[in-house]
Design a protein around this ligand. Structure first.
Ligand code: ZN
Length: 390
């Protein structure tokens, strides 16, 4: 295994977690069961850095991935997520005084967030994402934004902005150190604000959340390793905090005005060695618990459904090698209905399909949506035992 850390570039990675043969894409729309089952697979071989705390999939091969319009990552169908986006939008407008300003978004997905930010603040935006699909945001919302269906890179250095934001994208980039250094070189003004959002690996480690480890995510950050990569790349870190019920890490930075000094990270450091040891024992237990619980229900001829047809579901069923035990996977995103889960080929259905399917057990993939799901089930008149991944 290559032991060079892609975040801090020291020779200090140590392997600790392995899953072989997982589908390389977890949110790509699969139009047939056959294509879903035969989708290319890759290995996960996680190493953690004893210098900066970064976690990397050293077996990651970016050539296996294709971020195209079939990449369906949006979460904005959920009301809970919509509220989070609105509140984040308000906070960014206030913090960076975003009125008639220029904004760049790296990894803008279908463009919902930057459109909202530009529409509400009368700003103008440049949005980069190879998975952009025209027409998914309203014409009014999109008129302030120029969409570029490409990866953001050195070649876009001539474009300057008052704020550069990047949400849920850095964890897809293997060479995080190289990427953040490129971003720094692209910025010409020290007044440019930079905001990044990534999943928080601390929670994954503490919970043994193996369902949050999947192929597209080749990079996993703790507050320390996130602050580290910005600071060593020439940024002053202004703030690091957790959001969305502790699932996300947020960082605010600006081009550095001073020499690199002591690492500034306002969130308490974690003991990575202890966290990794805990993760290893928690994963072992979590896998056994879920396997037994599902096998027991299935053995009693009970019907089981999952709620949430995204990356967590793919990691959950593929890591536990679940097949006929799960009848269907529910998702509220209409673009997913009639498609199949990568790797196992489970059908993805709308919530109303449960009125006929009548599952006895529904496993909820993300606790943050539990209330929303409860309400939907009540409205549909579906009664089932609920279990939640925490
Ligand atoms: Zn490192």
């Amino acid at each position: 295994m290559d032991t060079t850390c892609p975040n801090c570039e020291r020779d200090s990675l140590q392997g600790f977690y392995h899953v072989s043969g997982v589908p390389v894409h977890t949110v790509l729309l699969m139009p047939s069961r056959d294509e879903a089952i035969h989708y290319p697979r890759g290995d996960i071989e996680l190493g953690w850095c004893t210098t900066c705390g970064f976690i990397s999939n050293v077996a990651f091969d970016k050539r296996l991935l294709s971020y195209s319009s079939r990449y369906e990552e949006t979460q904005s169908c959920s009301e809970t997520f919509g509220d989070f986006h609105r509140s984040l939008c308000d906070r960014l407008i206030k913090r960076y005084q975003l009125r008639a300003k220029r904004i760049i978004e790296i990894g803008s997905g279908k463009g919902e967030f930057i459109s909202q930010l530009c529409e509400r603040g009368e700003n103008s935006g440049m949005a980069f994402d190879p998975a952009y699909v025209e027409g998914r945001v309203s014409k009014d919302a999109a008129k302030h934004v120029t969409f570029v269906t490409d990866f953001y890179s050195e070649r876009y250095g001539r474009l300057q902005a008052d704020l550069i934001l990047c949400k849920m994208t850095l964890e897809h980039i293997p060479d995080t150190g190289t990427f953040i250094k490129m971003l720094r070189r692209n910025i010409h003004s020290q007044d440019t604000g930079v905001f990044f959002q990534v999943p928080d690996a601390t929670r994954i480690l503490n919970a043994g959340a193996f369902w949050d480890i999947y192929y597209e995510h080749c990079a996993y950050f703790t507050p320390d390793s996130l602050a580290h990569v910005f600071q060593q790349s020439g940024f002053d870190v202004e703030d690091v905090y957790r959001d969305y019920d502790g699932q996300y890490l947020m960082i605010h930075a600006r081009p550095a005005r001073r020499q690199i000094g002591e690492l500034f990270c306002p969130v308490a450091s974690i003991d990575m060695k202890a966290a990794i040891d805990l993760f290893i024992s928690h994963v072992k237990r979590a896998r056994a618990t879920w396997r037994n619980r599902i096998a027991e229900k299935y053995g009693q001829d009970r019907r089981i459904a999952l709620w949430g047809g995204g990356s967590k579901a793919v990691a959950f069923v593929n890591t536990l090698s679940l097949n006929e035990e799960i009848e269907q996977i529910v998702d509220i995103n209409p673009h997913k209905h009639g498609t199949f889960l990568p790797g196992t080929g489970h059908p993805i259905v709308p919530p109303k399909a449960l009125q006929e399917a009548r599952p006895d057990l529904i496993i909820i993939m993300n606790p943050v949506y539990q209330q929303e799901i409860n309400q939907a089930l009540t409205e549909l008149g579906v009664k089932a035992e609920l279990a939640v991944l925490h």
